[in-house]
Design a protein around this ligand. Structure first.
Ligand code: NG1
Ligand code: ZN
Length: 551
């Protein structure tokens, strides 16, 4: 009775606006001012999910990532810190679009019955909440709290203004029974970064690797957090631009990882004086990271290091440590059996795939969206995944980590802590602590990049030259109904409407090294067209001609 009363009351407080919500690649997103009903219902859903999972902590993040400051959104994190299990998405959609309080109540009761979710108990659910710096954030956080509190026995814990990956990390840590506060997060990042630097060979690092790094914070939360910890990152001299401070600019406007990756020009706040300095760019909620360098002092074009090249750096480093451990013929003849897998999407530059395969690595593809990549990466002992736009991370299996731990114990009991093998084991252990295994995290990714560059004694230029990107182009096409386009084969082929794929094939055949695909966006009301070819002019023209067929 109490449960029914609360659900009816909250649904009455948040009547549905016009339009439908769909739980896309990144949860619900829309104009922030219209989001409260959907966010409230996401609160109900998160609480139900926690009850279903015997009270395990669930996360809610209120953010619209790289999208304009007026937008906002909500997404739910599962107990492992990853995205909410996909089989609950249809319920999320139904709940968000339930037309009136009665319909909402019936939907919840029916779903609870079908899923065997016991309603009405005490202390049955806990939900951690975080939000980014958007002006609608506080208002939407309140809507989420009201949704959570509409489920009897649910406890909501507001973790404050955070990067998206911080909240995912907290959920994961909490459910592992580990410390899960923001200061615990920073302690882990700073500590493991320091250990990585201590393990840099003496002949590397030093002067060749410039310590100076300029970071574009997208005027979002990532810059704020980086300012907070940068003094503790000895070995790095970090300057934050677009830090989100009063007067520095608007969130994601002419800055941030999405802008730099798509436009290939310097973000707002950079000048010709920055030429040749290593720069990084985060997105508005700091789950994406790209690197860049001003190409010349005379214009604003940049040399870009995107997610694919970050992935390649991580893959090289990890492979190297595995090789040292297994081939050093050193103190122990114990070797590690580790399946290393690389996961990319169709947006990965073709040159990166070629490069990774030339290293003999296993490369697989999934549809766009972190939830697909992450899940696939978990199938390996070490899974590395990245989207070209800079979202990605590395995941290690528990079995592999315990193999490393026992190897390190064995080596130290043989007084072999000076061996190359021991150092490689310790580097992998430190990397597994440094990288956020819940989700892509620009801050932890940035520190791992910096540690690896020092380890290799590499400049930005060395990194850039791993391979040269094929010229590529992305375009958005506005259409009446983007859902008429259906894709298959990790989104590389169109299966509907009939005949479109033939047209794309025909256009593509006109170009050397041509590759092109189209797919409906999961976060915006557009169809995206992507093409690669051997010159920029050709890539542009292939994109344009295919976009024409989509319109
Ligand atoms: P959509 O809108 O489905 O293309 C975009 C990005 C994804 C992912 C999500 C979530 C591209 C081409 N797509 O998805 O990679 O990051 O947003 O933020 O960059
Ligand atoms: Zn983001």
């Amino acid at each position: 009775q109490e449960q029914r009363r609360r659900l009816l009351a909250v649904a009455t407080r948040f009547p549905l606006p016009s339009g439908t919500f769909s739980y896309g690649t990144a949860g619900f997103r829309a104009d922030g001012a219209t989001m409260a009903p959907a966010v409230c219902r996401a609160g109900i859903l998160a609480a139900l999910r926690s009850v279903k999972l015997a009270g395990a902590a669930i996360g809610i993040v209120i953010t619209a990532s790289h999208n304009p400051v007026g937008d906002n959104g909500v997404k739910i994190a599962d107990p492992d810190g990853g995205m909410m299990a996909q089989h609950w998405e249809p319920f999320a959609d139904a709940l968000a679009n339930a037309p009136d309080p009665d319909a909402l109540l019936q939907l919840v009761l029916q779903f609870a019955k079908d899923e065997g979710i016991p309603l009405g108990g005490q202390d049955t659910a806990q939900v951690l909440l975080g939000r980014d710096t958007r002006p609608t954030g506080a208002y939407l956080l309140d809507a989420a709290l009201q949704g959570i509190n509409a489920i009897v026995g649910a406890n909501a814990i507001d973790m404050g203004i955070l990067t998206t990956p911080q909240l995912h990390w907290m959920v994961r840590s909490k459910n592992k029974g580990a410390k899960a506060s923001e200061s615990d997060y920073f302690t882990q990042l700073i500590g493991s970064f320091r250990r990585m630097l201590e393990l840099v060979p003496k002949d590397k690092g030093g002067d060749e690797v410039a310590k100076k790094l300029i970071v574009d914070g997208a005027n979002g939360i990532g810059g704020v957090k980086l300012e907070q910890i940068k003094v503790e990152l000895s070995g790095l001299d970090i300057i934050v631009r677009n830090s989100g401070k009063e007067g520095e600019g608007i969130l994601n406007h002419m800055c941030g990882a999405d802008f730099v990756q798509k436009e290939r020009v310097t973000p707002h706040g950079f000048s010709p004086d920055d030429v040749s300095v290593r720069c990084a760019s985060l997105d508005g909620d700091a789950d994406r990271l790209v690197y860049f360098r001003l190409s010349s002092a005379s214009d604003s074009r940049v040399d870009l290091v995107d997610g694919d090249k970050i992935l390649s750096l991580f893959a090289l480093f990890i492979r190297e440590q595995l090789d040292i451990i297994n081939n050093s013929g050193g103190q122990t003849n114990k070797s590690l059996s580790a399946r290393l897998g690389i996961v990319q999407t169709a947006y990965a530059n073709g040159a990166s795939m070629q490069f990774l395969k030339s290293l003999g690595l296993e490369v697989v593809f999934t549809p766009t969206g972190v939830k697909y990549l992450h899940k696939r990466a978990l199938e390996y002992d070490i899974g590395i995944y990245f989207e070209a736009n800079g979202h990605g991370t590395v995941v290690f299996s528990e079995d592999f980590i315990s193999q490393l731990e026992s190897l390190s114990n064995g080596l130290s009991s043989q007084a072999a802590t000076g061996s190359a093998q021991y150092h490689a084991v310790m580097r992998l252990l430190a990397a597994s602590q440094l990288i956020n295994q819940a989700v892509g995290d620009a801050l932890s990714g940035l520190l791992l990049v910096e540690a690896i560059l020092q380890y290799k004694g590499w400049s930005f230029q060395n990194w850039c030259e791993l391979y040269s990107d094929l010229p590529s182009k992305q375009m958005k096409v506005k259409v009446k109904d983007r859902s008429v386009i259906v894709t298959t084969n990790a989104e590389t082929k169109v299966s509907q409407p009939c005949g479109l794929q033939e047209l794309i094939d025909k256009e593509t055949a006109n170009y050397t090294h041509g590759r092109c695909f189209v797919r409906p966006s999961g976060t915006e009301d557009v169809v995206r067209v992507y093409a690669e070819a051997s010159t920029q002019v050709e890539a542009d023209s292939l994109t344009k001609s295919v976009a024409h067929h989509v319109e």
